[in-house]
Each structure stands twice: as structure tokens, then as C-alpha cells.
Design a protein around this ligand. Structure first.
Ligand code: GLU
Length: 399
């Protein structure tokens, strides 16, 4: 642990991103020749669709992309994002209220930095994506976890949120479909939470990055569509990474009321300036071009979702709810703890995840990265053969 006198206490308090850490470890082991199967990072295995790559290729050759462009994004992309938001989130918003960010992650950080003063509380439904609490703390805020377990499909209720609300509550983090659980709030649940936030003047940071990845005929209704008046106190976060297999291109965005977006744009103008113009051109092609390839990928995730739920559910001690969105399963594995596997007796899911990597050469992310111990996150955005082989290894390990 670095001395707080050498680096700031704010930065010393941040933990490394657990999802990226497990992913890097799995990739390093693979590079060293170990046959590791990784369910770690939420990263589609597909290549970015060809028409998007071609748009980027053309952009590389066009000198107009060689210079600084507006920090908040290319006007054409901001227009395309506004049109997509009207289509998928039911929110009519001018392009001036859109900021293009370096992936959804920068939008998440900027949203918290824009809204939170020191000591402000942010209600964080748990299990949560590993980056939210760190980004809240970096912005001076205090994450207040509100846990919802498998028994309530990993979805918090208005009653739970109300019980956690104090005078310092500034915002709620709302994520549907959820990373890490894949849970999708119903339109009625979304509306109830939106009305509660409206009534109490609580801002909502709604991360919609998995909005286009839902299954079983389920739709993830945007909280601003469910409660239109809430738009004046909501920041939407989204991006092209998950829907279009573009994780490495780093294009996300944030949308919100004019004052919040003006503040966030000022922040970005000092922090990072414009996102790579080539990536922005690729994102324009993704949002305005043919959508068939996105739908083919979604169908593949749907098939893999069924395979992995069936395979994990066959293991004694594992309870695997069927997720309706994103590309993660979040099994409750408390039934595997305290038992001996290959001479090791894990008592936490951190230890269990280590054991699985050591003994089965399978990478998973332990629940501790997302909230309480007792759960594992597996991304099923990997190829069918690997997915089945990994599940077979887990079944053998825990037979
Ligand atoms: N969001 C993905 C995940 O949860 C990518 C890794 C990250 O940025 O955390 O795995």
C-alpha cells in the first residue's frame, strides 16, 4: 500500500478494476500457453462489423480527422446519438445535450464528478459494476450500497431505496439490464423507481450500455421513457462497445439536462478533449448503418445464455437465475463454499475464483468485485465451443 504522504489519499484508496485485472491475468496465462477459458471481461468475441471498420479505414485516410475536433464530439455523431436516444430511450434531446466520451466509463466518471459534492451520497444498488463505487469516491461522493439478492432477481425495490435515503442523498445509480447480474427491471418497476426519484429530487445516473441486449421478448424501458418528467434530473450513459462489438474503440456518451451537460463538457475539455476522430467516425457508421450484424450477435448471446444457465444449474451448490439482458450470469455459489475441492476449502468467492483458475483453468470474476461474497460473474460473450468446454470443466471440478 503506498504511503498516503507520497500520493493523494483519494487515489491511494482506489482499487484496481477487478474485471480488467482478472481479464488481464487470463490473457497473460493464455499468452504463456495455458489453455485458459475466460468468462472474465464483458467483451463480445465477435469482430467489429465490416461496414464499421470500413468507415474507420476511410477516416484514417481523410486529413480532416487529423486535428482537434470539438471536445464534446463530432456534430454528426452527436446528432446520430440524439436520434438513437429518441428511438431506444424515448427521449427527444438536442445534439447539444450529448457529449461523446472515451467509452461509457468516462461518461460514468464525468456524471458523478458533475453531480456530487464532497460527502454527497449516491445510492448504489448491489451487485453493482465494479467501477461505480470507485468513480463515486473519486468524485468526493459516498457510495451507499443497497443489496438485492438472487431471491429478488437482483432488483432493488422502492422500499429499500427509501430506507437508504438521507438528507445527503444526491443520486441513484440505475442500471437495467444490469452488469453484473443481467437483471432487467420491468416497465412497472422502472416507473416506480423513477417516480420515487422524482418525488424526492434524487438525480438518476442511468447506465443504458446493455439496452439493446435483451432476451425472451423483454424490453429494458428507459427510466426517462417511464417517467418523462425525470429527464430534468437524469444523466443517461451509453456507448457502442457492447452492441456493436467495439470495446476497444472507446466511444461512449452522456446525455442530460443542459446545465449538467455544459458542466461536464467543461470538465472534458480539460480532461481528455475529443475522442479519437477515427473511432467517432466508426461510431457514426455503427449507429446509422445496417443493424443486422448487431442482431446476429444478440441472437448468439441469447443462445449462449441458455447453454450456460443450463450447464451451471446442473452443478450441485450453484443457483443460477436466468438473466434477461446483458451477457452475464451471476450464480449464487454459496453452496460451494466451505467444502473441499482438490484439497482446497474456499470460504470466500475470491478464494473460489482462484481455485477455479488454478484447478480448471477457467477465469471468472468473484462476487467481491461487485458487492458481497457468495457469487461469481461469468460473461457468456465468448465462443460456443469455449463456453461449453469451460462449463464442462466446472462440472468436473465440482462433481
Ligand atoms: N464493462 C466490462 C466488464 O464489466 C468491461 C471491463 C470493464 O471495463 O470493467 O467486464
Amino acid at each position: 500500500m503506498p504511503s498516503p504522504h507520497r500520493i493523494s489519499s483519494r487515489i491511494a484508496a482506489i482499487a484496481e478494476s477487478a474485471t480488467l485485472k482478472v481479464d488481464a491475468k487470463a490473457k497473460a496465462l493464455k499468452a504463456a500457453g495455458r489453455p485458459v477459458i475466460s468468462y472474465a471481461a464483458g467483451e463480445p468475441d465477435f469482430a467489429t462489423p465490416a461496414h464499421i471498420v470500413e468507415a474507420a479505414s476511410a477516416a484514417v485516410l481523410d486529413p480532416k480527422n487529423y486535428r482537434y475536433t470539438p471536445a464534446a464530439g463530432l456534430p454528426e455523431l452527436r446528432e446520430a446519438i440524439a436520434a438513437k436516444t429518441l428511438r431506444d430511450s424515448g427521449l427527444a434531446v438536442p445534439a447539444s445535450q450529448v457529449i461523446v466520451t472515451n467509452g461509457g466509463k468516462q461518461a460514468v466518471y464525468q456524471a458523478f464528478a458533475t453531480l456530487l459534492d464532497d460527502g454527497d451520497e449516491a445510492l448504489l444498488p448491489a451487485p453493482y459494476w465494479t467501477t461505480y463505487p470507485e468513480a463515486i469516491k473519486l468524485a468526493g461522493g459516498v457510495p451507499v450500497e443497497v443489496f438485492a439478492g438472487a431471491g429478488q432477481e437482483y432488483k432493488v425495490t422502492v422500499e429499500q431505496l427509501e430506507a437508504a435515503r438521507t438528507e445527503r442523498t444526491k443520486l441513484l445509480v440505475f442500471v437495467s439490464p444490469s452488469n453484473p447480474t443481467g437483471a432487467v427491471y420491468t416497465p412497472a418497476e422502472t416507473e416506480a423507481i423513477g417516480r420515487w426519484a422524482l418525488e424526492h429530487g434524487v438525480w438518476v445516473v442511468s447506465d443504458e450500455i446493455y439496452q439493446n441486449l435483451t432476451y425472451d421478448g423483454v424490453t429494458a424501458v428507459s427510466i426517462v421513457q417511464a417517467v418523462p418528467e425525470l429527464a430534468a434530473q437524469t444523466i443517461l450513459v451509453n456507448g457502442v462497445a457492447k452492441t456493436y462489438a467495439m470495446t476497444g474503440w472507446r466511444v461512449g456518451w452522456m446525455i442530460g439536462p443542459a446545465d449538467a451537460i455544459a458542466g461536464a463538457a467543461n470538465l472534458q475539455s480539460h480532461l481528455s478533449s475529443n475522442v479519437s476522430n477515427v473511432s467517432q467516425r466508426a461510431a457514426i457508421a455503427a449507429l446509422t448503418g445496417p443493424q443486422e450484424s448487431a442482431s446476429v450477435m444478440r441472437d448468439a448471446f441469447d443462445r449462449r445464455r441458455r447453454l450456460i444457465v443450463a450447464g451451471l444449474s446442473a452443478i450441485d451448490g450453484v443457483i443460477c437465475p436466468t438473466p434477461h439482458g446483458a451477457f452475464y450470469v451471476y450464480p449464487d455459489v454459496r453452496g460451494l463454499l466451505g467444502r473441499s475441492w482438490g484439497g482446497v476449502t474456499p470460504t470466500t468467492t475470491l478464494e473460489l475464483a482462484d481455485l477455479i483458475l488454478e484447478q480448471a483453468e477457467v477465469a471468472v470474476v468473484p462476487g467481491e468485485a461487485f458487492g458481497p461474497s457468495g457469487y461469481l460473474r461469468l460473461s457468456y460473450a465468448l465462443g460456443d465451443d469455449d463456453l461449453l468446454e469451460g462449463v464442462a470443466r466446472l462440472q468436473r471440478l465440482f462433481a
